[in-house]
Design a protein around this ligand. Structure first.
Ligand SMILES: *Cc1c(COP(=O)(O)O)cnc(C)c1O
Length: 219
């Protein structure tokens, strides 16, 4: 079942869109089932759960942290995390850099941008993202690599609203790219699209979709 779900999603979006299998709250047995079907990238939103799954599961899994991250917890994932999608402050970026340095690694990160019409979603406005990038010290953070942006659309049935929000994230990505990352080939990722809206996201230029319930079943 899980393997078939993954294959169906990948066929729909094409292989240029990277699939992050969101395994939060799901047991390790189901992650292994996806792993045996060939899936290697998994996303989690809680630090403690991510660490224990990392410890117990095959070491060639690429773990992505997709949920809100507190600065005092970065140290637990810094030794192994492959990408953090949820950078929403300069302080968090700085702490991530410091912890990556201690582990002698470079951690890939995305800037989480607020695109939804909901009060509860974390993230930066475009202006705040620019301010973060323009901080004099950002250029000196040697142990992080800013790879692009992440966003979540409003939780609505209205496809037009979702599409407009994804197009706005795509346009923010383009504008940051041309202003600050013109010659940086690493700044290329747009992480958008979940179980309910990954098709729209792929049409709007997503490079990474984060899909959970459609692969593993409802939570
Ligand atoms: C849970 C979660 C997802 C996946 O949600 P589904 O609707 O189950 O696909 C994607 N992104 C983030 C940030 C999440 O917290």
């Amino acid at each position: 079942m899980i393997g078939a779900n993954i294959e169906k999603i990948q066929q729909e979006t094409g292989h240029k869109v990277k699939l992050i299998a969101v395994s939060k709250t799901k047991p390790e047995s189901l992650i292994l089932e996806a792993y045996e079907a060939g899936q290697r990238i998994f996303g989690e939103n809680k630090v403690q759960e991510l660490v224990s799954k990392y410890e117990n599961l095959p070491k060639d899994i690429e773990w992505h942290l997709i949920g809100h991250l507190q600065t005092n917890k970065v140290k637990y994932i810094a030794p192994f995390v492959s990408m953090i999608h949820s950078i929403d402050s300069y302080k968090l970026l700085e702490v991530t850099n410091k912890e990556a340095h201690k582990n002698n690694r470079i951690i890939n990160v995305l800037l989480q941008i607020y695109i939804a019409k909901e009060e509860t979603k974390f993230g930066l406005s475009e202006a705040e993202a620019i301010e973060l990038i323009e901080q004099k010290q950002t250029a000196n953070l040697q142990n992080i690599q800013i790879c692009g942006v992440m966003g979540m659309a409003t939780n609505t049935e209205n496809k037009e609203i979702i599409k407009n929000e994804f197009l706005s994230l795509k346009s923010i990505h383009e504008s940051l790219k041309s202003s600050f990352f013109k010659n940086d080939e690493n700044f290329k990722e747009i992480s958008m699209g979940m179980s309910g809206d990954y098709g729209i996201a792929a049409d709007c230029g997503s490079t990474m979709i984060r899909v959970g319930s459609l692969i593993f079943g409802g939570r």
